[in-house]
Design a protein around this ligand. Sequence first.
Ligand code: ADA
Length: 509
Amino acid sequence: MYRRTVDITRKGAIRLVFKGASHTADVFFDGIPAGHHYNAYTPFALVIPDVEPGTHEVAVIVDNSFGESSALHVPNDYYTYGGLIRPAAIELLQELFIERIAFTPIRTAEGWQGTIRLYIRNIGRRARRARLQLSLADRDIAAGEASVMPGETVELSITEPFPGITPWSASDPTLYLLKANLYMEGQEAPVDDLIERVGFRTVSTENGRIQVNGEDIVLKGFNRHEDHALAGAAIPYPLMVHDIELMLDMGANSVRTSHYPNDERFLDLCDERGLFVWEENHARGLSLEQMKHPLFAKQCEDCNREMVETHYNHPSIIIWAILNECASDTPEGRAIYRSQLEQIRAMDSSRPLSFASHHRERELCFDLADIVSFNLYPLWYGDEDPLELVKEARRWADEAGGLGKPMIMSEFGADGYYGYRDPSRVKGTEERHAEIIERNLEAYTSVPFLSGMLIWQFSDCKVTEGTGWLLTRAGTQNSKGIVDRYRRPKLAYAVVKKYFVGQLRSEQE
Ligand code: ADA
């Protein structure tokens, strides 16, 4: 239980914002239940009306135990750390406030435009008239007025041209502040404001490739868990910066937030440094039986909504994905994949959708996604040659609904125990690890039909102590990191750098 006292100086509503409570939170205000939230990896907010001036107590009970009410946090190949793993905030509110802003850049033959959707909520007892004033890229924009009934949230939307802006790209990640002021009738000063940071860029999937601002890209990067030997999942900002520095040093241009939505500060850094992000909902390797858990649909739906709504404005996010390695090879699983992809598409049609599959030729859902993605571990879990396998994977995709769609190798890798070096090069040595990574990268950088290769994984991560297959995780960790849990580089580091930086150079030439 976390407790904190807060001094409120005037009567009114407050909003408590939690960016990540792992995994189930019960919030109390002055001892009275104020809200409940499930899932470590998505933010949530609670409004507490009519708070009297004075000293109050905010308390949160955070529970990371597995049990019947948890369909997504289960014993797994990563660790569900307990506690508040991301920041929390408190805001003083008036009757009307800006709940969120969603900015969608549009590229037309005449130049850049942006659609700005504003969500205004009335937490008072009377109908109120709201007026919105915006500024973005040196333009002041009157965004309109609306009446908002008590308890209601109203959406205002405008589309405006933004001539002369500099688009966001990997090589020049230009960002703009979108400032909104909310005015209420009868008051001179704004009753609320919100500043979002946005970028102008588009993502498309044409001719079997992925484009950013109309130009083909190839993702070269890592899968990354939010895990650090010193901090668990509560990674402090300087260590996030360090992770990004290491990825960029190796020549990566992308990161996959396996297997859940990430801390927004990490996404901010990706925006700033021009790293492309594949962000996915929270699920790893759930069987059909696990997907039939009575709470699975609701917990996924909440996670999808919170992920898309809270991370919508990050230009670095270019792919939304769902349900890593779940039962997409069954008809019942397919129905679930379909409905979750539809849910996300309805909230955001500006980004392509994918999911990472390990079902090979048995996959049933490639037709539902915009990008086909394979998790395959040649030379680790099997003896296949990576070049032959990637070509075969392209054939499986083409025959199973993925014809003409871009393809990503979303995972490949091998164990390498930090410091275990041995001329025998047996599995688990850093030498063998480096060799397997090299043979995979050699294959994937040589084929013309891949739009991405994401190494499993950036750093080693702790896993749930368990039985069964989890016992294959020596030291209770997944040791396929290119760096270990302290970010010390293994031999494979130089191999990755050779391929990723090498490819960057040849592209520039
Ligand atoms: C899977 C899974 C990862 C990790 C990996 C491995 O493909 O998506 O979370 O478990 O395999 O190390 O085997």
